[in-house]
Design a protein around this ligand. Structure first.
Ligand code: SF4
Length: 356
């Protein structure tokens, strides 16, 4: 897999970023498996800010497995009150009893035995095994799905068996063999602080130069899910207008592909149309009123595949005589042709510019 060649750089960048920016959380100060477990269970379906005090109260009342195992379930539930998902508290208590019975009161120290504890799934087992025992098991949860699907522009929907397998394998490949716990916490914090579900901080991202979704300018399309995956055909007709030494561009502002990138004036149609049909559309006549006569220099056809859109595009290069008054809609700006390269554009437009 070609995309994996960068994995050691990604891992070391993530760990360096984490060492500098990690959140100062009370459970970070320990590698005691009981405390790691407690924090992981509390944080399932709970925000850090809400879980923080519960964690401190639990540690205060039940500082170790024995004290938790000896408590009445009712007391555990009372202390849990307000956190919701009470099965977590019942399982916590039951697993503490299981540890005293099956493991002589000593927290199991390998992934398989940790996974055998009541209520402990793969994610929690990987977190405990890696943080407390340096076992190289990568955590995979919503954060990891999102970060890796963007970094590697994974087009397989993440809610399918194949998508889950791809992400799990990538996560396992990225884990640092000597610092698995640090790596796991790094990718979790990174997903929570930088590569967030909406408005990821790409401009400050330490992984920007490895990120395929960023390179494709398609961050908003990832992660792909089977709900989002229906392929849509779109028909873009661009106009590269030349007048004297000037040309015209506009900034995409809709919540659509390529938001905030620039492009040539565009007429989108619902199907492929030739120039005579295009020139009859309302959008075309708004751009070029009837009194303007255009000379089409060339028309370049290009098909551009995004993760779930196929863009059928035509780039018309048109010449406007210098004396002609051209008043395009406000969203379109007039720039010197030589300045085109200063504006961020989609890969599609970039390829066209390279061509001409
Ligand atoms: S560049 Fe953006 S999308 Fe890519 S990893 Fe960084 S924050 Fe996430």
């Amino acid at each position: 897999m070609e995309q994996i060649t960068d994995h050691t750089f990604i891992t070391s960048r993530l760990i360096s970023w984490y060492n500098e920016h990690k959140r100062d959380l009370p459970w970070r100060a320990t590698s005691d498996p009981y405390l790691v477990w407690l924090s992981e269970v509390i944080l399932q379906q709970t925000r850090v800010a809400q879980g923080w005090n519960y964690y401190l109260r639990f540690v205060d009342r039940f500082p170790d497995v024995q004290s938790l195992a000896e408590a009445e379930e009712e007391e555990v539930l009372k202390l849990w009150q307000g956190l919701g998902y009470y099965t977590r508290a019942r399982n916590l208590h039951a697993a503490a009893i299981q540890i005293t019975h099956d493991f002589d009161g000593k927290f199991p120290s390998d992934y398989t035995h940790i996974l055998s504890l009541k209520g402990v799934g793969k994610y929690t087992a990987a977190a405990i095994a890696s943080i407390a025992f340096q076992e190289p098991y990568a955590v995979v949860d919503g954060n990891v799905f999102r970060v890796l699907s963007r970094l590697f522009a994974i087009e397989t929907p993440i809610d399918t068996t194949a998508g889950k397998k791809t992400i799990s394998e990538l996560a396992q490949l990225l884990i640092h063999p000597d610092q698995p716990g640090t790596y796991n916490q790094a990718i979790m914090d990174f997903g929570a602080m930088v590569c967030t579900p909406s408005q990821p901080k790409c401009s400050d991202c330490p992984l920007q130069d490895f990120c395929k979704a960023y390179e494709l300018r398609e961050v908003s399309l990832f992660p792909v899910t089977s709900r989002k995956v229906a392929i849509r055909n779109r028909y873009f007709n661009y106009f590269y207008i030349i007048q004297g030494g000037f040309t015209f561009i506009q900034k995409r502002s809709e919540s659509d592909i390529w938001k905030n990138l620039y492009e040539f004036p565009l007429v989108e149609t619902t199907e492929a149309v030739d120039f005579p049909a295009l020139s009859q559309t309302d959008a075309f006549t708004q751009l070029f009123p009837k009194e303007i006569s255009l000379t089409v220099d060339h028309c370049h056809n290009a098909k551009h595949q995004l993760s779930h859109q196929i863009l059928h595009t035509k780039f018309y290069k048109v010449e406007l005589p210098e004396g002609v008054t051209f008043n395009p809609p406000e969203s379109i700006i007039r720039i010197e042709e030589k300045d085109l390269a200063n504006y961020p554009v989609s890969r599609l437009t970039e390829k066209y510019l390279e061509l001409i």
